[in-house]
Design a protein around this ligand. Structure first.
Ligand code: ASP
Length: 433
């Protein structure tokens, strides 16, 4: 197959053309046109992905659990999954802290830029503060309560209820193993067929991915640059060291932690892993949403990395909801950056507090664009860094969101490979497209 027919290259071409179109738009005054006639195709693409996430998780997890045939395997897998997710999150935060302490981006921020940023983004901070406060007011066990739906249909009515759907699917699957085979076969076959249909639909949606990505990128650029591209570029330079601290941390995390995991627990090479997962990473980058990318992550992990369905259908939806390595790393860097910029030196004890709160904040972060910066308020509060400091980083947040989302997705996929390998459920992958 010629290189340009490969899916990831097509997505990259869509991405670059979207970027170029966005830039031309802002320069030539086509922003309204782009917003009216190009942006909607990006929205349609993301909607299509979101539309199939819940049915996909439900059908594939029910089928997955019935294949396990033994419920103790499920609880062992659950324990391992949560454990590894926690360890990788703490490692991500530690890497973020090392990166920001070495690079010290807050100290490099010029005084005038700091004042200008604080003034111009002040209004946007208030909304985020309010949302984070609402999250804080909930009791410590509320996340557990939230997993159990009051109403079966309602739980399937919103993608933010993914853990409820996981809960429901596991119960259904367990129930199906226990009842008379004659009766369960019918339902299991139905879910199996439904699952295959949804996977077919994912294939159709992926045919649209290059166009969807083009539209998404063009829209991101016109939003970022507005009418003044020069100012956006200045902002990027002013916050250059901060962005480098985040990006260096993300790259270090992906190469060190995932390589370490593969070395210890499986014999998959990092190269093959990235070959298999790259279209999902590119979609995560373009959509800034791990929840919207979930169907593609599931498909790539199963078809290309060789993770069996019973593992992927459990580990990935849980990961898309609670495991955010990229987000937690970014929250650590951002908190210390803001502290440095306002002249506060954080002690070791305070940095350890960041490890704890960023772990919790990233678990609470939804897999949607911009959710990470809302939960950052919780991290800042825990070490008494002024929340207004968020204004300093808002300007580049969308770009960093794209990068951290790609890492969030990669983290979920890496852990699914590890769990599959330790459970004997990793078959030969077809790494390339
Ligand atoms: N956009 C990220 C995600 O969907 C969450 C964040 O804002 O950090 O994974």
């Amino acid at each position: 197959m010629p290189w340009y027919r490969k899916l990831h290259w097509q997505i990259i071409i869509g991405l670059v053309l979207g970027l170029i179109w966005g830039l031309i738009s802002t320069q030539a005054g086509f922003n309204q046109f782009t917003s009216d006639f190009i942006r909607p195709f990006g929205t349609i693409f993301v909607n299509m992905l979101q539309m199939i996430a819940i049915p996909l998780v439900l059908a594939s997890l029910v089928v997955g659990v019935t294949k396990l045939n033994d419920i103790t395997k499920l609880s062992r897998m659950g324990g391992k999954t949560i454990g590894i997710y926690m360890v990788t999150t703490v490692l991500a935060i530690t890497i973020g802290l090392i990166s920001v302490n070495l690079i010290q981006p807050g100290k490099a921020l010029p005084e005038e830029t700091r004042i200008e940023l604080l003034e111009s983004y002040q209004e946007n901070v208030a909304d985020r503060e309010q949302t984070a406060e609402q999250a804080l007011e909930r009791g410590p066990l509320q996340p557990l309560v939230d997993i159990v739906p009051q109403n079966l249909i309602q739980s399937m009515s919103s993608n933010s209820n993914m853990l409820q759907v996981v809960f429901l699917a596991i119960l259904l699957g367990i129930g199906l193993i226990q009842i008379d085979r004659k009766k369960s076969d019918l339902l299991v076959n139905m879910f199996d067929g439904f699952n295959d249909v949804i996977i077919k639909i994912v294939d159709y949606i992926m045919l649209l991915a290059p166009y969807g990505v083009f539209a998404l990128l063009a829209a991101v650029i016109i939003d970022l640059a507005g009418d003044d591209l020069g100012r956006a570029v200045d902002l990027l330079f002013a916050l250059g060291w901060y962005s480098i601290a985040v990006l260096a941390g993300l790259i270090a995390h992906m190469s060190l932690v995932y390589m370490g995991l593969f070395k210890i627990f499986s014999n998959m090479s990092l190269k093959n892993f990235f070959k298999g997962i790259r279209p999902a990473m590119l979609l995560g980058f373009s959509t800034s949403s791990s929840a919207a990318t979930l169907p593609v992550t599931m498909e790539r992990v199963e078809k290309n990395l060789g993770v069996e369905e019973e593992v992927a259908s459990f580990v990935l939806p849980v990961g898309a909801t609670i495991n955010m390595d990229g987000t937690s790393l970014y929250q650590a860097v951002a908190a210390v950056f803001i502290a440095q910029a306002v002249g506060m030196d954080l002690s070791i004890a305070q940095q350890l507090t960041i490890v704890l709160t960023a772990t919790l904040a990233s678990i609470g972060t939804a897999g949607v664009p911009g959710a990470g910066i809302i939960m950052l308020v919780i991290v800042l509060n825990s070490v008494q860094v002024p929340v207004e400091g968020i204004a300093l980083i808002l300007g580049v947040d969308r770009i960093l969101d794209m990068c951290r989302t790609a890492v969030n997705i990669t983290g979920d996929a890496a852990v699914s490979v590890v769990i599959a390998s330790t459970e004997g459920k990793l078959s030969q992958g077809h790494f390339d497209d």
